[in-house]
Design a protein around this ligand. Structure first.
Ligand code: URA
Length: 193
């Protein structure tokens, strides 16, 4: 789905221009309350042009559904929009090259809560080292560009595929994120924040 936040053409990262099939933009409503930020597209995302549509995406979808949330109601994006070769972590310069697009997306969506999926987006947006498993479910204030947003650290959905004990951590963190924005029958708890 194209929207005005989509990056149509970019040549900033020579290696990623070689490895990508396409640019993978954020998906979901551009006024979503929850904005999930992953690391970068993998093989499935690169081939389908949408974030989190491979195995990690199924884990994320299931975990959201467990908390009564459909993925079409949240926005999902990545720190970098092009698949790195062999799914390696994005390099520092690549994260910086793509940051303008992510900052523009965050400012436009202006979510109630940003949820970072894994170490790379957590450290990229908090600007410090993050022990993700330890900090999962914690809410921080993240200064991003000209603004500041509540940011909840979460493990990457793929972590549950290698270590089943991470499922509980993922589930608890997502439950916390959903409850923070859930105003149905009650108050959003973000006032406390
Ligand atoms: N992992 C990510 O971090 N992002 C995706 O879009 C898919 C897998």
């Amino acid at each position: 789905m194209e929207d005005e936040l989509a990056v149509i053409e970019c040549q900033r990262c020579p290696e990623l221009c070689e490895s990508r099939s396409r640019i993978v933009n954020g998906a979901g409503p551009n006024d979503a309350d929850l904005l999930f930020v992953g690391e970068g597209p993998g093989e499935q995302e690169d081939s389908q042009g949408e974030p989190f549509v491979g195995r990690s995406g199924s884990v994320l979808d299931d975990a959201l559904r467990n908390h009564g949330v459909d993925r079409r109601d949240v926005r999902i994006t990545n720190c970098v929009r092009c698949r790195p070769p062999e799914n390696r972590d994005p390099h520092k310069q690549e994260l910086e090259n793509c940051r303008e697009y992510l900052e523009r997306e965050i400012a436009a969506v202006d979510p109630e809560v940003i949820v970072t999926l894994g170490k790379v987006p957590s450290e990229h947006l908090l600007g410090r080292d993050v022990a993700v498993t330890k900090e999962a479910g914690e809410l921080h204030e993240a200064k991003i560009g000209e603004g500041s947003w509540p940011l909840l650290v979460c493990v990457h959905p793929a972590a549950t595929l290698y270590d089943s004990s991470q499922q509980e951590t993922l589930d608890a963190a997502l439950g916390e994120a959903v409850s923070l924005v859930d105003e149905e029958g009650g108050q959003s708890r973000l006032g406390e924040y």
